[in-house]
Structure formats: structure tokens, C-alpha cells
Design a protein. Structure first.
Length: 462
């Protein structure tokens, strides 16, 4: 692989850029991309397909996967996501940008190259964005300066900075067909293509903020086409079983129109877009990203046609001098066990079973106890129910107990004790399931932007 340095050159007028999203998290639907790609190809012009497949814990899980298998560590569904559309994208000139590189962007690039050969396609130019991974020992002094002595007690699994859009833009300007990233900020998957297409100055805060909010609307996939909005009888969404994934049409000023492929299910109107616009935004006047601080105080959301909503009026402020870093660490073992009780006095029997488990495992610390269907969503880790109804006569109860412990052998005791309830009582328990897995914790900090240089390289086998 060779390092590449490029620069952007602004063009006075350019046709709109279309960015379609075909995944909002790792594990999203693998048949989502085809309708989006067909719509982008039919529209013509410059277009980009993005896959957003990372969450806070996903990178740590990817690092653990890579420990077990050095060839792993990228999005496990990558071949399934790309195989249906890679050929169409290459033929139509639709660029692909994604963070499915996770903990192993080079591995993801190699898998894409092999996939193209398997499909009989021309070899795509694949760029790899570097700079986000701060997991190795050379970065420990920087992390310790940010986190202090508490870093010393952590068994670090991964440490990644949320980097911005510039390396993505450089890669696209350099001719990449596919850009593979690790932990870039979610909206940057859209900002990078907009920067590359329009050649905006990198301190054009208003345009960057508008493109950022376009990316924010896209990043969770079908949340903006009605998936996260649907609440039958209150907020109805048609065709949820064939939900369309979103497309943003971004103009030269950065304003966007959100739509979806014709004939797909879902709903795009002002209500849905406003919900997603504010999703995970702590301060609408200052939505902080690596590229810009976006200000939604004067934003307008207007319906401009069927399943077409325009976002305008977003303003921007200079980007922060620091970058957020998530440090994921080993946090013991999580043991879980479930058993069901049904019929007369089911709730009482489930509560008695929980008491038995608490007593037999009291030396291991407090248990998390949930009565699913009674108090599970309204309880805390101490087993305290916050629902108004604490006891009653539920006749179909699933008891769930969970335990976090540093020692694996100790944590395994929970599964054995839940299984023993089959015959040790209370009466009528059945359907036991148990699980044991490592638990991850996250601490966050901020580091100076200049201490996290980013770049891109083009993949070359051999």
C-alpha cells in the first residue's frame, strides 16, 4: 500500500450530490442496498453509497474477534452487504464509503478485493483511512495524560478516536471507488463525499454543518424513513416490512432533501425527520463533531413533495480543538439465566425463585433480577422495580437473573443454579436458557486534534 496526499479544488457550480445509506448498524438488513443503488443509478450524476456499521461497543467486539483470528476484526456481514451491489456500483460510478473496517480496515479492503474477483468484476480502487486506532502501546502516554491514573487499572481492548471527514474526501478526490474506514464519526461518512464533490474550504463551517446534519439524518438508516418512528395507532408507518432506506440530495450550499427509493415502504415527512434530527443531539445549538459544531437553532424542515423533506437553515461554528476517544476495556464476565413460570401464582413463584438465587449466590454480590412482562424495563441493576405495580398476579412470567463478576468460574455458577431450579423448585419452571460472555466497559476522554494525524492509503495486494 502507498500513502497518498491530495488536495481539494473548489468548483464554482456542481450538480447535486446524492448519498444513499444502506446500513445503520452492524447487523442491519443485507437486502437494503439494492433499491438504494437502483435509485441512485436511475437518477444519474454524482452519488455515493454509505454503510454505517459501528457503535460504541462494536469496535471492542471487533478487536476481540481479531485477537481470536488475525484475519477477522472487520464487519462480519461485509460480503453479504456488498455482493448484491458491488458490480452495479462500479458500473454506475457510485462510490462506496463505510466504517465497516472496524478494527481491521486492511482486512476489510482485502476482503472487498477478493469479493470483486469472486464476482468477476474489475478490481476496484480501495482506499483505507488511517489514524483512529490508538490501541497500541505507543499511544498509552497520550491516553494516560487524558485519563490519569485510572487508565492503569484498565485491561484495554480498544481505544479509538472519532476522526472526521478529511481523509475520506482526500481518498475520493484521489480516485477511490471504495473508502474503508474504522472509527470515523458517523456523519463524516456523508461530509467526506460532500467535501470531495463540492471542494468546499475546510473551514466553511456553515456548509460543513449542513452536510453534517444530512449525514446525521442518514446515519441510522431507516430510523429516518419511519422505522424508529412507528407506533401503531399513534404514529402509523405503511409498509414497515419493506422499509426503504434513505437518500439525501445535497446541494452546493450543503442543504439537503431526504427521500427514499420509489415503491419502498416507510414514511418521510416533517414529523419523522424532526424526530431523527434531534436523535442523540444533546444541545441543538451545539452538536459537536470532529468536522464542525452544528447549530440547529434556525433550522427549517419543510415537506417539498411526497416522501421528500428539505432541511435548511443549519449554521456552523468552528470545529473543536480536541477529538473524542472511547477506551473500551474488559469488565469481567456477564452471566445470565432465564426460566419461565406460567399459570396460577406464576408471579409469586418467579419471585420466590429469584429469592432462592439471591441467597445461594449471595457471596458473589448483588444479582440483577427482572420479571419480564412485569418489571423488567423499569428495574435497575439492584433489582429494584420502579414500576407502579411491584407485585400482582401475572400468569406468564419470564424470570431473568444476571451477574457481573471478574472471575469466570464464579460467574458460571449462576447458570448452574438457574438450571437447578428445574427440580429444586419453585414448581413449574421451564424453558431455561443460560449464557456467559465477557463484559466490556467504556471510558471516554478528549485528546488534542493534532496528536491524531489521519491519512489514507490505497490498498495493494502482496
Amino acid at each position: 500500500m502507498r500513502a497518498v496526499t491530495t488536495s481539494l479544488h473548489a468548483t464554482p457550480t456542481r450538480p447535486p450530490l446524492r448519498v444513499g445509506c444502506a446500513a445503520g448498524f452492524s447487523g442491519d438488513r443485507i437486502d437494503a442496498a439494492a433499491p438504494v443503488v437502483a435509485a441512485l443509478a436511475a437518477a444519474g450524476g454524482a452519488s455515493v453509497l454509505i454503510f454505517e456499521t459501528l457503535a460504541e461497543r462494536t469496535l471492542a467486539l471487533a478487536q476481540l474477534a481479531r485477537r481470536a483470528d488475525p484475519e477477522a476484526g472487520y464487519e462480519p456481514l461485509l460480503p453479504d452487504l456488498l455482493a448484491p451491489v458491488l458490480g452495479d456500483c462500479l458500473e454506475a460510478g457510485i462510490r462506496i464509503v463505510s466504517n465497516f473496517g472496524a478494527a481491521h480496515p486492511e482486512g476489510a479492503a482485502g476482503r472487498i478485493a477478493r469479493l470483486a474477483r469472486e464476482l468477476g468484476l474489475r478490481a476496484p480502487r480501495i482506499a483505507i483511512v488511517r489514524g483512529d486506532d490508538l490501541s497500541d502501546a505507543t499511544h498509552r502516554p497520550m491516553l494516560r495524560a487524558a485519563l490519569g491514573e485510572r487508565l492503569d487499572a484498565l485491561r484495554i481492548v480498544s481505544a479509538n478516536a472519532y476522526i472526521g471527514a478529511e481523509a475520506i474526501a482526500d481518498a475520493l478526490v484521489g480516485g477511490a471507488d471504495v473508502v474503508v474506514c474504522g472509527r470515523v464519526a458517523d456523519p463524516s461518512l456523508t461530509v467526506g463525499p460532500a467535501l470531495a464533490h463540492y471542494g468546499w474550504p475546510r473551514d466553511d463551517w456553515h456548509r460543513l454543518a449542513r452536510a453534517t446534519m444530512a449525514g446525521h439524518l442518514l446515519e441510522c438508516g431507516t430510523q429516518v424513513t419511519g422505522g424508529y418512528y412507528a407506533d401503531p395507532g399513534y404514529k402509523d408507518v405503511p409498509g414497515l416490512e419493506r422499509l426503504g432506506y434513505p437518500i439525501a440530495e445535497i446541494d452546493a450550499e450543503g442543504h439537503c432533501t431526504i427521500t427514499k427509493p420509489a415503491g419502498t415502504g416507510g414514511r418521510i415527512d416533517a414529523h419523522v425527520v424532526k424526530e431523527q434530527l434531534l436523535y442523540e443531539v444533546h444541545d441543538p445549538r451545539a452538536y459537536v463533531t470532529p468536522d464542525v459544531v452544528a447549530d440547529l437553532g434556525d433550522a427549517r424542515v419543510d415537506e417539498v413533495g411526497p416522501d421528500r423533506v428539505r432541511l435548511s437553515g443549519v449554521r456552523g461554528h468552528p470545529r473543536p480543538p480536541t477529538l473524542k476517544v472511547n477506551v473500551c476495556h474488559e469488565n469481567g464476565w456477564l452471566a445470565e439465566g432465564e426460566i419461565s413460570y406460567a399459570g396460577a401464582r406464576a408471579e409469586g413463584r418467579a419471585r420466590l425463585a429469584a429469592d432462592v438465587l439471591r441467597e445461594r449466590l449471595r457471596d458473589l454480590g448483588p444479582l440483577r433480577v427482572d420479571l419480564i412482562g412485569v418489571s423488567s424495563l423499569f428495574a435497575d441493576d439492584a433489582g429494584t422495580a420502579h414500576a407502579a405495580r411491584r407485585a400482582g398476579e401475572a400468569r406468564d412470567v419470564r424470570l431473568r437473573v444476571a451477574l457481573n463478576h471478574d472471575d469466570r468460574d464464579a460467574a458460571e455458577r449462576l447458570g448452574r443454579e438457574v438450571t437447578a431450579l428445574y427440580t429444586c423448585g419453585p414448581a413449574g419452571g421451564g424453558g431455561v436458557r443460560t449464557a456467559l460472555r465477557t463484559r466490556l466497559g467504556i471510558v471516554s476522554c478528549a485528546v488534542a486534534r493534532e496528536s491524531v494525524p489521519t491519512s489514507h492509503v490505497f490498498f495493494a495486494e502482496g
